[in-house]
Design a protein around this ligand. Structure first.
Ligand code: TYM
Length: 338
């Protein structure tokens, strides 16, 4: 499948809890067109999930659900490599080597580490701090050119670039230095209850988050309860810096309905928030429902999913082994005697 002339794309999502509309609009949706042009690897990053406490049976279920969701959203296993991170053990091996060029100070400064340490004060484990190094390993192992992510992951991709450049400077050219690909729209979908915070899987307020497993009633209810801004009047549905909550809903609407912000603003001129929120709900439901139906169908076909995962891991391992043995050689490890 790999074509040497094509640029390579890598991205992943943690199978932690329920996948949100933010994950879809900020990540998966943007991966789809890349499949036509690039050599893509899309990974379910199960090892990353272990940095916060998991119920093992739930983690297994969430992992398979996410594999099926990737395909249901339009990731085509005939075009892209789809695999589970823990199936390619080179990820953790490279992470160890990268640990030796990563500084404690820079990991300590990562925004997400600080946030998660605050939220999981009783479980600030080494994995939580090391998390961006494992992410760097995911990316560098495949000599990735482009990493499509939402805004909240940009800092981690920048760290990845720093680690690649540092390693290359110390041991000679080894890694491709990847670039971050952040879409203009959708890269930062906000909480429905607090537009200053991102929509997050781990938000304890379920009204703040639309998940891809929500049914139509839940989606409509959550959107009706979404906070708006204090003004009302004929032009209340508009995009603007002073309209964070409505701008977020407009972003969601335009991405799901496939219209521009201008078109949407015109459509809702003279209409109130109630009409607008119902239209947002209709647009979201029309995107989510077919995905749910296809995910359900795929989950009933375990043999197919296993076949995809077997092939995906095999292809990924082939690339990963090449990079890892190059890295081992560069740092001075003796190759295994065969
Ligand atoms: P994770 O699982 O938190 O999120 C997966 C992807 O969804 C994007 N995202 C959002 N985009 C827009 N609005 C939101 N509210 C929103 N919430 C999440 C994230 O930016 C991300 O692109 N560390 C990563 C997973 C990872 C990874 C990698 C990504 C591990 N290794 C290598 C890229 C390359 C994470 O926890 O994402």
């Amino acid at each position: 499948m790999a074509d040497e002339a094509k640029k390579r794309v890598f991205s992943g999502i943690q199978p932690t809890g329920k996948i949100t509309l933010g994950n879809y609009l900020g990540a998966i949706r943007n991966w789809l067109p890349l499949q036509q042009q690039y050599d893509c690897l899309f990974c379910v990053v199960d090892l990353h999930s272990l940095t916060v406490a998991q119920v093992p049976a739930e983690l297994r279920k969430n992992t398979l659900d996410l594999v099926a969701l990737y395909i249901a959203c339009g990731i085509d296993p005939a075009k892209s490599n789809l695999f589970i991170q823990s199936h390619v053990h080179e990820h953790t091996e490279l992470a160890w080597i990268l640990d030796t060029v990563a500084y404690v100070g820079e990991l300590n400064r990562m925004t997400q580490f600080k946030d998660k340490s605050r939220r999981h004060a009783d479980n600030i484990n080494m994995g939580l701090m090391n998390y961006p190094v494992l992410m760097a390993s995911d990316i560098l192992l495949y000599q990735t050119d482009l990493v499509p992510v939402g805004k909240d992951q940009v800092q981690h991709v920048e760290l990845t670039r720093d680690l690649a450049e540092r390693f290359n400077a110390r041991y000679s050219d080894t890694f491709v230095v990847p670039q971050c690909l952040v879409s203009k729209a959708g890269s930062s979908i906000k909480s429905l209850q607090d537009p200053s915070a991102k929509m997050s899987k781990s938000d304890p307020n379920e009204n703040a988050v639309i998940t891809l497993s929500d049914d139509a009633d839940a989606i409509r209810r959550k959107l009706r309860r979404a906070v708006t801004d204090s003004d009302s009047g004929p032009n209340c549905v508009r995009h603007g810096e002073d309209k964070a909550a409505v701008s977020n809903l407009l972003n969601i609407y335009t991405l799901c309905a496939g219209v521009s912000i201008d078109e949407a603003e015109r459509k809702f001129e003279g209409k109130g928030y109630g009409v607008f929120k119902d239209a947002v709900a209709d647009a979201v439901i029309s995107v989510v429902q077919p995905i749910q139906a296809e995910q359900k169908r795929l989950l009933a076909d375990k043999a197919y999913l296993e076949c995809v995962l077997r092939q995906g891991a095999e292809n990924a391992t082939h690339i990963a082994q090449k990079t890892l043995s190059k890295v081992y050689r560069k740092v001075g490890l003796i190759p295994k005697i065969r």
